[in-house]
Design a protein around this ligand. Structure first.
Ligand code: SF4
Length: 745
């Protein structure tokens, strides 16, 4: 029998970064446990973290580079070496760039899957293409950008409460018991110490059941609700006039704007009784300091998304909860550790190329307006460039259109990493058409598995699981928004088979395309360079077993701070009226109007669809492949209220049709009062085992709710193009008796 040993590590199966102990028998991982000595997670491990090695050892993993044989998506592959794959891919990229310009290469990255997640942005900047595409637009960036436009940094809504100090917690479109369990544990502690809990969510979540006050708005109406709560604060005098006079601008304009959103009117928009709107505002006002945690329920609402983030940011500031102990901490980027734009070499991208970023012609923060935000933040944050570069990636729906229609120019080469847009992106029929288009002359997927997206690629490269990679984080990989915070850990196991990390892929591709000097031989050396200004090393940090925070991360010999000014806005004040929004020709005040799809939907689509509700057992795009998730949720389910089901003649457990103006799918009905009578919640889903149908092997076109969501410009947020996943007009329909879902192999 082989003796077991343990190795400390940091779990990256989601963004919580819990300290874990990896149990090894020889070189094989046999179990994962929580690390009781890790300072933030203190022994906690969740089901998907504890089962992460099952994903690593899944027999369906891709172990060798694959090259397509026959037509795209035909399922025939040839095994080749990494050297051959990279030589051919590099030669093809060079040829296409020479023909169409360097912007013809695009890169998309999806689910967090290790510390080197998103590092391909560095390759893209060095290569000269502006077309890196992230999931920022639907993952916390609308709320974070709303904050940055208002008080010069975001996100602050990740701030953990201080038990005994924080007196009120508001969870707005966020389910941390499933998505951020460490935050949820801290919230529970704060509650036990007396803090109030306000939950704003259309679904009866675990959080809602524990709340002192639960508001249940229709999906997509959160912005109107926030404006009504501001109206209550102002009309009832629940704010500090001296603070407003000294630290803000635009108060009078804000007051006039929210006069249009009194609780009585907003009750009709949101479905939340006016008395509850008043009670929530008063609970926040009477229990300072507090934190308003804005989640993806807010960020995935399409056209109102950033303005909703703005309204919530104004509420945070006006209620006296900004930059106070126990409230929202404006931590800023790391001062000394190299992160954000500097880590991904934003300065290397020629401005002429930067101006070609897809979506930049329509969305100011993707385009020229990003420089305005950058300049305002740099004045506050140590002169750093690219502090919010992670939010200003190219627009993904514009990428699919550029590929399919060569509009505004040909995008002919695409590299996706751990990204399954034929499943996770809106209007996925359009995504699939783009990936099958002959206009796409090179399509590379670097992934753990064959799935609905990677199966369409020309080359599939075997990715390393996070257990095979070293760990480094200044918040999420090289994104830094938690001040002087850095953490590192050695790789629990060496890469197996022919798996390669993201860093190693970009290093080796870069070496073939003129970037030999830009990528140190090992990721640990690259991170050493990031840590050097703070006097830290990767090995030294890894030996700590926990993060270096604050002064501990700083170099005592560094000169004093670059002088800073107030908040990182153009005025240096908290801007209720945003100078940047005004300069971009957008509404400078927080506002709300209904998503465009509702205007044409009328009575044909009487319900509201929401999607993407998180479950602890799975993480984003990987969820159906994660064994704890699949065991508990074996099929795609749509939750609908008993009244809704009765009216449509739908029985619990039956397969039913879900239809929106964009598309239609079927899922199994789960009749429950966890949703209100006018709302349904449907799953994003696919069958990892494949074999469902010749033209839809993973079943996405049949059952994945993103067939029904929308990435058209009219449904996207005007500031940076956040697309519409929640708050879509819809209807449900019973199917003939005996109707069933796809039958995977
Ligand atoms: S919450 Fe779970 S999946 Fe996320 S880091 Fe912690 S153990 Fe891993």
């Amino acid at each position: 029998m082989i003796a077991e040993r343990t190795r400390p590590a940091v779990c990256t199966a989601c963004g919580q970064q819990c300290g874990i102990l990896v149990r090894l028998a020889g070189d094989r991982v046999v179990a994962l446990d929580g690390d009781p000595e890790h300072p933030s997670s203190r022994g906690f491990i969740c089901p998907k973290g504890a089962a992460a090695h099952e994903l690593h050892y899944d027999p369906a993993r891709v172990h060798e580079p694959l090259k397509r044989l026959g037509p795209r998506g035909g399922g025939r592959w040839q095994t080749i070496s990494w050297e051959q794959a990279l030589d051919e891919i590099a030669a093809r990229i060079a040829e296409l760039a020479a023909r169409h310009g360097r912007e013809t290469l695009a890169y998309g990255y999806g689910t967090l899957h290790g510390a080197d997640w998103s590092i391909g942005e560095r390759f893209m900047n060095l290569f000269g293409s502006p077309n890196g595409v992230g999931q920022d637009k639907i993952c916390y960036a609308p709320a974070g950008l709303g904050e940055a436009l208002t008080y010069g940094f975001g996100p602050t809504f990740y701030t953990y409460p201080v038990p005994g100090v924080t007196r009120c917690l508001t969870l707005w479109g966020m389910r941390p018991s499933a998505s951020m369990p460490l935050l949820w544990m801290q919230i529970e502690q704060a509650r036990h110490a007396g803090a109030k809990l306000v939950v704003i969510d259309p679904l009866a979540t675990r959080e809602a059941k524990r709340a002192d006050l639960w508001l249940r708005p229709r999906p997509g109406t959160d912005g109107a609700l926030a404006l009504a709560m501001i109206e209550v604060l102002i009309s009832r005098g629940h704010y500090d006039p001296a603070f407003v006079a000294a630290r803000t601008e635009g108060f009078e304009a804000l007051r006039d704007r929210v006069a249009d959103f009194p609780p009585a009117r907003v009750a009709g928009i949101t479905g939340v009784p006016a008395a509850d709107i008043v009670a929530a505002a008063e609970m926040i006002a009477a229990n300072r300091p507090g934190i308003i945690h804005a989640g993806n329920g807010v960020c995935q609402s399409g056209s109102p998304a950033t303005q909703t983030g703005r309204a919530i940011a104004c509420l945070v500031a006006l209620s006296g909860n900004l930059d106070v102990p126990g409230g929202h901490a404006i931590a800023g980027p790391p001062r000394d550790v190299i992160a954000n734009g500097a880590a991904i070499a934003v300065g290397a991208l020629d401005p002429v190329q930067r101006a070609k970023r897809l979506g930049g012609d329509r969305y100011p923060f993707i385009g020229a307006g990003h420089a305005d935000v950058d300049a305002a933040l740099a004045r506050r944050w140590y002169g750093q460039q690219g502090v919010l570069a992670w939010m200003a990636t190219a627009h993904e729906p514009a990428l699919w259109r550029a590929i399919e229609h060569r509009d505004p120019y040909p995008v002919t080469a695409l590299i996706l990493q751990h990204h399954n847009p034929v499943g996770a992106s809106p209007d996925l029929g359009a995504v699939r058409r783009a990936l099958l288009s002959p206009n796409l002359e090179l399509f590379v997927s670097h992934d753990l598995f064959l799935n609905a997206t990677s199966s369409l690629a020309d080359y599939v490269l075997p990715a390393a699981h996070w257990l095979e990679k070293p760990f480094f984080s200044t918040a999420f990989g090289v994104l830094g928004f938690a001040g002087d915070y850095a953490e590192a850990a050695q790789a629990p196991i060496a890469p197996e088979e022919a798996h390669r990390s993201d860093y190693d892929l970009w290093r080796d591709l870069g070496a073939r395309l003129g970037q030999e000097r830009d990528w140190p031989a090992r990721a640990e050396e690259f991170w050493n360079d990031c840590l050097a200004p703070a006097g830290l090393t990767f090995d030294g940090l890894a030996a700590r077993r926990g993060p270096a925070v604050g002064e501990a991360a700083r170099d005592p010999h560094r000169p004093p701070d670059v002088p800073t000014v107030g908040y990182g806005t153009p005025s240096g004040c908290i801007e209720f009226r945003s100078r940047l929004m005004e300069s971009w020709g957008l509404d400078p005040l927080p506002g709300w109007s209904p998503p465009a799809l509702f205007a044409g939907a009328g009575a044909d689509f009487p319900l509201v669809l929401t999607t993407g509700g998180r479950r602890l057992e799975g993480f984003h795009q990987h969820a159906p492949q994660q064994s704890p998730y699949r065991r508990r949720y074996p099929e795609p389910c749509v939750s609908l209220h008993p009244e809704t089901a009765r009216a449509a003649g739908i029985a619990d457990g039956a397969w039913i049709a879900i239809e929106t103006p964009i598309g239609a799918v079927r899922q199994r009905a789960l009749v429950t009062d966890a949703v209100g009578p006018d709302v349904i919640h449907a799953d994003r889903w696919w069958y990892p085992e494949g074999g469902c149908a010749p033209d839809d092997p993973y079943g996405v076109l049949a059952v994945n709710i993103n067939v029904c969501t929308d990435g058209a410009d009219a449904s996207c947020d005007p500031v940076f193009g956040a697309w519409l996943l929640r708050g879509v007009p819809c209807r449900v329909r019973a199917l003939p008796a005996g109707a069933a879902g796809p039958r995977p192999a």
